[in-house]
Design a binder for this molecule. Sequence first.
Ligand SMILES: [Cu+2]
Length: 503
Amino acid sequence: MRFGITGIVLSTLLLAACAPDNTASAPKGLQAAVNNDTGGSAKGDLGPPQGEPVHAILTSPPEVPPATGRSVPAKVIVELEVQEKELEISEGARYTFWTFGGTVPGSFIRVRQGDTVEFHLKNHPDSKMPHNIDLHGVTGPGGGAASSFTAPGHESQFTFKALNHGLFVYHCATAPVGMHIANGMYGLILVEPPEGLPPVDHEFYVMQGDFYTVGKYRQKGLQAFDMQKAIDENPTYVLFNGSEGALINEKALKAKTGQTIRMYVGNGGPNLVSSFHVIGEIFDRVWYEGGTHYQENVQTTLIPSGGAMMADFRVEVPGSYVLVDHSIFRAFNKGALAILKVDGEENKAIYSGKEVDSVYLGDKAANLASVGEARSAEVSGNLTLEQQIAAGKAHFNGTCSVCHQDNGAGIPGIFPPLAKSDFIAKDPEQAIHIVLNGLAGKITVNGKEYDSVMPPMSQLNNDEVANILTYVFNSWGNKDGRVSADQVAKIRAETPRAEGAAH
Ligand SMILES: [Cu+2]
């Protein structure tokens, strides 16, 4: 959509008229606005490409290619290969992603306004599907889609001039379009303004997407795409960078106190709008919708499906900052959570407190490798007690520990102990019921009365409940024992659950 010059000049004048005094340079500012902002795409035609053609550096997320550093338009050659790839979507759960460049999101592309981009799209010979690409940074019908339909083992080529600067989504637009996007076929292309962007210490590439599997959240093994869930807009996963584990633990984004950070954040959808937020930070600047203007001092910013934004902020105090979609069930129950780990000196004048706790990190604070290990062992029929305990511990921390504490001691008068619990000892199987269905009313544990409520935790799958309880039974002076996923499945099937409760 383009505005007429007059309309923009008028509205700019109106804005200038109501602007506070610190825009005293209004005539000059207005001049700049007319030149840079209202010329629209026509202004982005900075003439024919100059010099030798340049090969674009493409990066995998969360890396961002270096600034182009160019002051004249160039011919830029982009070579991108579509690969259909089975990757991990969650610990021990796999999914056949369709990717641009082997990753979800696809490779980051960086060019400068006025560049002439010669785009080569390859489709790997092992692909089962044809694919194409629609770049939102292209002016022309279909954004390149019509000229880039590419069968497996083929390559197609088209050329466009990057007329508008901004941060743009690209995606596959082959039918069924929704399915191609749901399988991970999207990425970002940054068209730098001619003068470049203000320099920062770190640039990161993060992209949200929603995923639809036949199996439940965190169900292990290879998961199939669920078309009906996708049509119903009821995702199993909402993820940053295509996997629950993409940006946590050793893969967390990293920075040092005092550094400036720019995040290029896109939303591939296919369905959901993102309420993007970083817990513990305020965005100093947000180039909302990836456009020309920035808003300042923003807590949460909306990123439309098929849209993007850039945000700058400076990290002042060390610790873990949690990136979330603040539609918050998506963060804690569908995976939309990532970590920015900041190291450096404390600054008690700014923040006195402790490292972000398990309430925000959940079991993602734990290394979930043991969970995947336990799962593969179970599939092969060789699950050992030690493996179950290790996996159970990872889930206990952040799931049960918020109330019962890491050491199982509970909190006197509020949360009963699981350590040396005579309540558990009396009837271990009862513990399965308690986890699945919750517990309310008066109970006595180790001679002390509790009269409180434990919420049902039936969102945990059978493996998780089995492993957590096996860990509890073999810890803190309890008298050992073992729970199997089959036992949990049986009890789950036997107990009726209220309508609307998790199954
Ligand atoms: Cu495709």
